[in-house]
Design a protein around this ligand. Sequence first.
Ligand code: BES
Ligand code: MN
Ligand code: ZN
Length: 505
Amino acid sequence: MNISMIQGNVLDVRCDLLVVNLFEGVERPGGATGAVDAAMGGALSDLIKRDGFQGKLGERLVFPTFGKLKARKVCVLGLGPRKTFNEDTIRIVGGHIIKASRDAKARKVATILHGAGIGGLDVRAAAQALGEGLRLGAYRFHAYRGTGTKDQADKKDIQDVVIVEAERSKMKDAIQGLDRAQVLSDAAMLARDLVNTPSRDMTPAHLADVARSLATRGSRIRCKVLDREQMEKLGMGAALAVASGSAHPPVGVHLTYTPSRRPKRRVAVIGKAVTFDSGGLNIKPEKGMVTMKIDMAGAASVIGLFKVLPALNLPIEVHGIFLAVENMPSGTAYRPGDVVRAMNGMTIEILNTDAEGRVTLADALSYATKKIKPDIMVDLATLTGAAVVALGEEITALMTNDRRLGKDLLRAASITGEAMWQLPLYGTYDDALKSKIADVNNTGGRDASCIKGGLFLQRFVGATPWAHLDIAGPSYCEKETRPDVPHGGTGVGVRTLAAWLESIK
Ligand code: BES
Ligand code: MN
Ligand code: ZN
């Protein structure tokens, strides 16, 4: 799908579908919608009245033009109330344009720069949001369809989206916004692809290969890969224990982005990378296991972030770390009751082999703290089912030992439209992590299990300012609620981390 920006009059563009908009409660359309209405001899305002079109966000009115316009059909898209209209609304509008276009079987689509006219938003931001909504909404995962199916579907799909802007003065910013949208969406969609790929193919070695492929010659990205022996030498007994039940050996990955200018900060981003979580010997029931290919979504987002870093060109040294393992039950698997030793010397009593994410992260965080000594550290992990119980499928749970960092991440998330809510690292709950024979146990019991996951991780970050993002809910979309987030892997975190890095002073 090609997205382009042209200057001119929307009515002059020959296309299968022209998409204009209307705020909620507006009966007499203005702007481009008014121009369409005039060209149709007032038929549009007539339809709006007769059909009781309210302009609710995502509401559509589609009609053929019977040769009265260069567009074969017109779609009026509701923007919802003017009061709540913002960049995220535009992202949703972008997704709805894709849905409307597919329903209308349109291959060439024309639309306006939603939000930059009557909406009154910053042109660059509006264009970026629109571009993201269009691209993220158009995403499909076809890699596992039978031969030919993908090509056929692609041929019938939307080929061109032309965004038409009347004012020349807005063109430069609009184009810049669209370019950014492309970079960021591509990175998020790479993360989606990785999450959607079945575990049979998305092995630890394969995930590491994807990371390595970003470190091309002459780029500012380097990739160090650790094999099992190197991980043993480093003392990563915790991650290795989780990996020990699988036929696929573990792989450690350390990506580094070195900026062209002197870095102001050193940041480490750590992802959970369990390529399949069967639960191990504490095996999951059918329902809980079937989607567990997604358990490397944290690492997928780290990889996605590294894909955008060169384009962002920020003066920040960024380290991306994940320890890729598969959690399987077998004769060589780690057991409930085992005690394992993490790289920072702490011992962990395994009470449940299904709480494996934190066990692997114990080593990943220890490695980052010890080897990189970052100024700030953020981990992303599909860590607990409890996060989904508490906040549902759409909201990331944020926990942090640094108030400022928490604020910054929440602000970034509010810009990107990736919902995030903070939970407390409530001190007394830490008692539940005590072990009779080791330094810590890996479960802490059922209550506040999401917070206890965070408290467990906190033991491996020392004094480093750190935030934990439990993305168990939003990493995967089971039921579509936003048109820019289709079913499957979502790529959550990529855009928010990019926005956060950009906001670092
Ligand atoms: N990968 C799961 C968490 C998960 C659940 C992610 C649902 C996405 C959707 C994690 O490894 C896990 O099994 N956590 C356990 C921890 C418990 C045993 C302390 C959980 O949340 O049930
Ligand atoms: Mn598990
Ligand atoms: Zn897991």
